[in-house]
Design a binder for this molecule. Structure first.
Ligand code: PRT
Ligand code: ZN
Length: 292
C-alpha cells in the first residue's frame, strides 16, 4: 500500500505547530531513534524532520510528497528557479506569520523603498527581495547573508536590510527603522508535483481532515441571552454565523437563549458590539472538529 511523506521543520519556529496540526488531523507517529523519520501509525503518512530550508528542494526532488514551510522560503526557491513551477501551495496555515520588511539605520533619510535605488541591501532572501523591489522599479545591490542580517548596516557592509520581522524587537535592538513591508508570509502546506492516483487519494483524505481542523480553529460556538427584539441584530453581529438556535428561558418572556457557530475569528470588538446590542451571559466555546 502507498504511503506519503510530510517534511516539517525539525527544530525551530514552525516545528511544534506543524506537528501539533498533523496530530490534530488524527496522525500518530512512532518516533524513531534517529529522530529524522517518524513512521505513521494507523494512517499511512510518515514524517521527515529536517531544516526548513531543505523542504522545497526535497519536494521538488520527490523525497517527500508534502511539506510545511514558510511562504517566504517556498517563494524564494520558486523565484531562484525562475518561477520554474514545481511547488504548489495547498493550504495556508494559521501560524508562522511574519513580514519581510525593508529597514534602514534610525538616522537614515530614506522614507520609502524608492529611496533605496542603487543601495546595498543585505538579505537572506535575495531572489524574493530583488523581485519585489523590481516590481516597484527599484534596483538595488543585494548582499546575500545566511543569518544575522540585522548587523550588516552597523558593520558597514550594507545600507539597508530586507529581513523577516514579527515583533520588531530585533530591528529596534539594532537601531534600525522599519521602512516598508514588502511581503507577508505564513506557514503553508506544499506539494512538489503530480502524485500517483493512490497517493492523491491519500492526500485528499488528509486534506479533508485538515480543512476540518482549520475551520474548527477559526470557529467558535457562542451561547448568549438576547432580548427577543434584538435577535436579528445580534445574529448579524456574529461573524459568519447562520441560522442560530433559539431556546426559551424558563420564567423569562423577554429574553431567549441564542446558540450559534461563528465560522470566522471572533474578536473582542465583536463581543463588545454584542453586549451593546443587549446580549448578556455570553459564553464562547472552542470547536474541536468540524465537517460540513
Ligand atoms: O534551523 P532551520 O533552518 O530549520 O530554522 P531557521 O532558523 O532557518 O528558521 P526559524 O525557525 O527561525 O524560522 C522558520 C520560519 O518561521 C521562517 O522561515 C518564517 O517563515 C517564520 N517566521 C515567523 C520567522 C519569524 N516569524 C521571525 N521573526 N522567521 C524568522 N524570524 C526572525 C527574523 O529573521 C529576525 O531575525 O526573527 C527575528 C525578528 O523577530 P522580531 O520578533 O524581533 O521582529
Ligand atoms: Zn532555515
Amino acid at each position: 500500500m502507498s504511503r506519503i511523506r510530510v517534511a516539517i521543520q525539525k527544530s525551530g519556529r514552525l516545528s511544534d505547530k506543524s506537528l501539533s496540526l498533523l496530530q490534530r488531523c488524527g496522525l500518530e507517529f512512532a518516533r524513531s531513534k534517529d529522530k529524522l523519520f517518524w513512521y505513521g501509525q494507523d494512517f499511512p503518512v510518515d514524517l521527515l524532520l529536517v531544516r526548513d530550508d531543505d523542504i522545497p528542494r526535497m519536494l521538488l526532488d520527490g523525497v517527500c510528497e508534502l511539506g510545511i514551510v514558510g511562504q517566504n522560503i517556498a517563494e524564494e526557491v520558486m523565484l531562484e528557479r525562475n518561477g520554474g513551477s514545481g511547488l504548489q501551495e495547498l493550504r495556508k496555515l494559521r501560524f508562522g506569520g511574519c513580514r519581510l520588511s525593508l529597514a534602514v539605520p534610525e538616522d537614515s533619510s530614506a522614507s520609502s523603498a524608492a529611496d533605496l535605488n542603487g543601495a546595498r541591501i543585505a538579505t537572506s532572501y535575495p531572489a524574493l527581495t530583488t523581485h519585489l523591489l523590481s516590481e516597484q522599479g527599484v534596483s538595488a545591490k543585494i548582499v546575500e547573508l545566511a543569518g544575522s542580517v540585522e548587523i550588516a548596516p552597523g558593520l558597514g557592509t550594507a545600507d539597508a536590510i530586507a529581513d523577516l520581522v514579527s515583533t520588531g524587537t530585533t530591528l529596534r535592538a539594532n537601531h534600525l527603522r522599519e521602512l516598508e513591508v514588502i511581503y507577508r508570509s505564513t506557514a503553508a502546506l506544499y506539494t512538489g508535483g503530480q502524485l500517483s492516483a493512490d497517493k492523491q487519494a491519500l492526500l485528499d483524505r488528509l486534506l479533508l481532515r485538515l480543512d476540518g481542523v482549520l475551520h474548527a480553529e477559526a470557529s467558535k460556538y457562542v451561547m448568549l441571552h438576547a432580548p427577543r427584539e434584538a435577535v436579528q441584530t445580534i445574529t448579524e453581529l456574529l461573524p459568519g454565523a447562520e441560522e442560530p438556535t433559539l431556546l426559551t428561558l424558563d420564567g423569562n418572556q423577554e429574553k431567549v437563549a441564542l446558540h450559534a457557530v461563528c465560522r470566522e475569528t471572533l474578536f473582542w470588538e465583536h463581543l463588545e458590539a454584542l453586549k451593546a446590542a443587549g446580549a448578556s451571559a455570553i459564553l464562547v466555546m472552542p470547536v474541536e472538529k468540524m465537517l460540513a
